[in-house]
Design a protein around this ligand. Structure first.
Ligand code: PLP
Length: 398
């Protein structure tokens, strides 16, 4: 028959794309739109990294590499894991892939059997449930509370565990909340994970983008037992403004690394040889640009959360990492705007783009339907203009 894959048909197209498409259309018409949707740094890839890529091209480093990445890049990653994360992953425990998203896909392909459950703390990055479902798994959602910085607790994890639970996804710093799990919180969660003998998929993609005196802690660094059960995932996309280069990586047991490497060898072969050279320079080279980017993000973060906290009807916690502000709009739900009832974050996002030329991400697909996400990976000037417009909208309601 010509019937299409039931699994593929179940993949949800992202609602964020609808708003982005509307914003793009308006921009093309010449409308001055402020886009708070950005999921990538607004900085250019640092010049030393670009030069390494040019050198790779000019020296003919343009052929297949080993499927799981070059030794040179794996050594750089291994050193970084040791020095930054306090983790010992040797070369044969590291797999380099085509971006963090691909690394996550490899992980679930390597560990899942049909019907396995994966615990996903909400709000979550919208891709997790879709990857789990594509790997024949069942997402099980746990909801964080504003009082605990939208983070889930060890008790919640324990209560969600069934004989079918295979893994817990833990994303710190979090997209969309910008919150960070402390060592104490992670220790409690690690105890539950070890006791119940499940995996942790630790997505630490934003690990370098942490502000103030907060510190990144990798759950796998908290003891041998949790180390054995964790697959740590990171990449160069967010830390080095390299979203387009598509390099992500994992640290895991040798056994899981072998499985992922063999899956990848059939699905994509190696990640781009040129991008691997660039990523090697990003990790081994001068780190000053990371600090400069972080400083700029930090200023925008404070400015934005202070202003939102001062606005009527909405609220936010000051984010501690990544480059997003997660805005609680529950006070808006049920109010009327131009004879239209505001029913969800999607409505708010539609009003903002249609009447105020501001694009925001409604968080329905992140598991929270009364919240929106604003990215501060845009200029201070644009942030100011966009927040003025949002405030104008809120003033019509209060
Ligand atoms: N994990 C999180 C939490 C993210 O927000 C993203 C990108 O938005 C990724 C992973 C994937 O990053 P990459 O662009 O390297 O695939």
């Amino acid at each position: 028959s010509l019937a299409l894959s039931e699994k593929a048909l179940k993949v949800k197209p992202s609602s964020t794309l609808a708003i982005t498409a509307k914003a793009k259309k308006l921009k093309e018409k010449g409308v001055d739109v402020v886009g708070f949707g950005a999921g990538e740094p607004d900085f250019d890839t640092p010049i030393n990294i670009k030069d390494a890529a040019s050198d790779a091209i000019n020296s003919g480093f343009t052929k297949y590499t080993p499927a799981s990445g070059t030794d040179e890049l794996k050594l750089a990653i291994s050193k970084k894991f040791k020095e930054f994360n306090g983790l010992n992953y040797e070369k044969n425990q590291i797999v380099v892939s085509n971006g963090g998203k691909h690394s996550l896909t490899n992980i679930f392909e390597a560990i899942m059997n049909p019907g396995d459950e994966v615990i996903i703390p909400a709000p979550y990055w919208l891709t997790y449930p879709e990857i789990v479902k594509l790997c024949d798994g069942v997402p099980v959602y746990l909801y964080g509370d504003k009082k605990t910085g939208y983070k889930i607790t060890a008790e919640q994890v324990q209560d969600a565990i069934t004989p079918k639970t295979k893994a817990l996804i833990l994303n710190t710093p979090s997209n969309p909340t910008g919150m960070i799990y402390s060592e104490e919180e992670l220790k409690a969660i690690a105890d539950v994970v070890v006791k119940n003998d499940i995996y942790v998929v630790a997505d630490e993609m934003y690990e370098y983008l942490i502000y103030g005196d907060k510190k990144h802690v990798s759950i796998a660094s908290l003891g041998d037992e949790i180390y054995k059960r964790t697959i740590t995932c990171s990449g160069v996309s967010k830390s080095y403004a390299m979203t387009g280069w598509r390099i992500g990586y994992t640290g895991s047991s040798v056994e899981i690394a072998k499985l992922m490497s063999s899956i990848q060898s059939h699905q994509t072969s190696n990640p781009c040889s040129i991008a691997q050279k660039a990523a090697t320079e990003a990790i081994n080279g001068c780190q000053n640009t990371v600090g400069e980017m972080k400083k700029e993000f930090d200023e925008r973060r404070k400015f934005m959360s202070d202003r939102i906290q001062a606005m009527p009807l909405v609220d936010t916690l000051e984010p501690e990492g990544a480059f997003y502000v997660f805005v609680d709009c529950s006070e808006l739900i049920g109010r009327s705007y131009k004879e239209r009832k505001i029913e969800s974050a999607n409505c708010i996002a539609n009003i903002l783009i249609e009447d105020y030329n501001v694009a925001v991400v409604p968080c329905e697909d992140f598991g929270f339907d009364k919240h929106i996400r604003l990215s501060y990976a845009i200029s201070m000037k644009a942030i100011t203009k966009g927040l003025d417009r949002i405030e104008d909208f809120l003033n019509t309601l209060s």
